[in-house]
Design a protein around this ligand. Sequence first.
Ligand code: UDX
Length: 469
Amino acid sequence: METTVGRHRRVIMFPLPYQGHVNPMFQLANLLYSKGFSITIFHTNFNKPKTSNYPHFTFRFILDNDPHDERYANLPLQGMGAFSRIILFNKCGADQLRHQLELELSAKDEPPVSCLITDASWHFAQSVADCLNLPRLVLRTSSLFCFLIYASIPFLDDLGYFNLSDNTATPLLDGLGYNNVPDDKRLEEQVAEFPVLKVKDVIKIGFKKDNDGMGDIISNMVKQTKASSGIIWNSFKELEQLQLETIRRDIPAPCFLIPFAKHFTTASSSLLDQDRSFLPWLDQQPRNSIVYISFGSVAQVEEKHFVEMVHGLVDSKQSFLWVVRPGFVSGSTWLEPLPDGFPGERGRIVKWAPQQEVLGHEAIGAFWTHSGWNSTVESVCEGVPMICSPFWGDQPLDARYVSDVWKVGVYLENGWKREEITNAIRRVMADEEMREKSRGLKQKLDASLIEGGSSYESVESLVDYISSF
Ligand code: UDX
């Protein structure tokens, strides 16, 4: 085990405790450690990472140490309710964070603290860091274009985009089935202010200006990200050049774009155990023959939509590897709604997989994804074309860019309809032009990592910047 000996500067890192946020923060922590920094991780007990995978980091558990505290003791552990912690701790976490930071700043037996890096959604951390004169950088785990659109939510809300009649908007979000959406042409219209998007993409984000806890979180996240000392993005310049220019014009804090999946895997920060038992089977499959299916760590579907997915998949006659998390189908423990005989010889179903390794496997021909940003970047890193079935938040925005801007995937924008699923899978598996575009994007990414390339320079300038504090 390495220790802090020989490490002269320390970085304190504070991820949001959800898989899609923990992964990039630990990838960044590994990267900074490899550059000589000592790492201290602040974390909640909720979704505690496997600390034994990180003997070289120091862990401090904060915010939810009292198991009897009624504010959080009974909050849901699964599903959307688990996110209520973000709202709660942003409201009441400041004293504890300040106290723990004061202890770290005065510790005599540890290297001095250069800066704090928190998830952008821990917006309350900015005023705490300011009080202590500690530079705070943020890690933003979604794309740059998502940030720009989130920053425009109040404006889009004022323009009425979120106020389509409830009859139109509610079924669109309800279970994301889209089957009962009235024929409202406005949903298909372009958003004049962001012509890449359709009105329905904006509605599918699922939160609007200050309408609830999440609306507040987003607007404060944007405000305190702008006030931070720097923004680290899981992306690369060649992917989001225009958005980077816009952000650099509007925000004084420096931006660092680093495609984390190219530096470290997420195996050690996985909150669930990764099943590797199917790998010998995957090794036997022909090149580009398998559809890999996974919808991230939080998305849930209704049983009727799950059944529709199964039919779409069966009718496509493609072989597949499907990650079905326990709880993915609401009301089921795991695979109860599956028809007899499924998956048969054509496929494998697992609870959780080593996703990056799978995407890098030559048997994988396409990724049917919920368009979470980590999954999207991981797919781009491996040059795998995508079939996009987004749920909410940044996912519908990612799906739109994947299909309409980068043209490395197909967006299933009408929900779970078996014929459309079948067609999309067949199309993406057979479309050589799309595969070539995916390879082209991967090549740009690979080039950015070579000395002198944009991602390489981003890492170097981040290290220099942190060292300058
Ligand atoms: C969410 C949002 O969707 C995402 O856009 C946001 O930026 C962060 O929070 P999540 O829905 O879990 O995250 O999706 P995603 O961002 O794709 O992250 C999932 C992570 O879990 C990926 O790093 C993926 O490699 C990993 N994973 C997924 C596994 O390790 N094994 C699996 O079987 C499935």
